[in-house]
Design a protein around this ligand. Sequence first.
Ligand SMILES: Nc1nc2c(ncn2[C@@H]2O[C@H](COP(=O)(O)OP(=O)(O)O)[C@@H](O)[C@H]2O)c(=O)[nH]1
Ligand SMILES: [Mg+2]
Length: 346
Amino acid sequence: MFPIPLLIAPMARNSRPDLGDLDDLAARVKAGERRALAKAITLVESSKPADHEAGEALLTGLLPSTGRALRLGLSGAPGVGKSTFTEAFGTYLTGRGLKVAVLAVDPSSARSGGSILGDKTRMEKLARDPNAFIRPSPAGGTLGGVARRTREAMLLTEAAGFDVVLVETVGVGQSEIAVADMVDMFCVLLAPAGGDELQGIKRGIMELADLIIINKADGDLLKPARVAAADFKAALGLIPPKYKTWTPDVRLVSSLEGAGVPEIWEAAEAFRAALAKTGEGERLRQSQAGAWLWAELREGLTDALTSDASLKKAVKSAEAAVAGARELPPAAARALLAEFLGRSRS
Ligand SMILES: Nc1nc2c(ncn2[C@@H]2O[C@H](COP(=O)(O)OP(=O)(O)O)[C@@H](O)[C@H]2O)c(=O)[nH]1
Ligand SMILES: [Mg+2]
């Protein structure tokens, strides 16, 4: 047998850094070099098979240096003030001597050209802050693919010594669940929309929230923000708690004026301390890692199945058979799986 590096060398010649380069890159990431970090993230985001191997080798080597950051998710509908909040919160944290990374999970930005990049005007100070690192959503691909690359980018920022990782998502579609599944604390940002009404939140998302932040609590919106906070506090009381030691709470913030921003950090630290005390924080990360493994398994199996050329005909005819109600989908699936697994075993 050829060792694997020989097998992949020909196609990798001009794209894959050799292992020496990888060691060097890993060392520079660990030293907190921002350009190395950006390069490493580009490597794990690449869809080239050779880069994929290199990215995985890099991450595997860095794994012992990961896991130390507080991972915060931030979700909310467009316009509630996520970017403005990130600017205020991020600069508050760097002002306290913490290093802050901002990542995004937003599959829709593949079309609109990167949500965070367009937002950099609202994050002017943070974007220039040497202790902050802002990375837009990786372009293209499914939610699963975008989420995987964001998880990997998160590990890289941790290896680079960032203390807080803020993962942002827009409050549409399934991306909130993907983010809630990769962070320690999941925060939902809401804003009064003029009247008493809040920009939408789904019940399912309320159940995921560890903290509800009502933004734009300033000027004419302060009063409706207070009313909304009371309503949400009452509503949260009806939701079964996720943790023994943490009760989800509602906080008022004005990202424009800075009011309430330090209290969000206090809440995050209290959350971390509460979950550390019972071991629930550790268990959360363990179960997230297990869920990630299963997501990769499902995706890998589906990829293998759909790209299996010799199965194409059988898949087509099964699709026709179930569409024509001549066969039951579970039976057709079982037959296809048996054929696929039988072949991969031989
Ligand atoms: N009054 C007020 N307006 C805000 C606040 N935060 C954000 N905004 C405004 O809300 C709009 C949308 O903010 P943005 O951060 O881009 O929202 P995003 O789409 O969730 O990222 C902008 O016009 C902001 O200036 C706030 O705390 N108070
Ligand atoms: Mg934004």
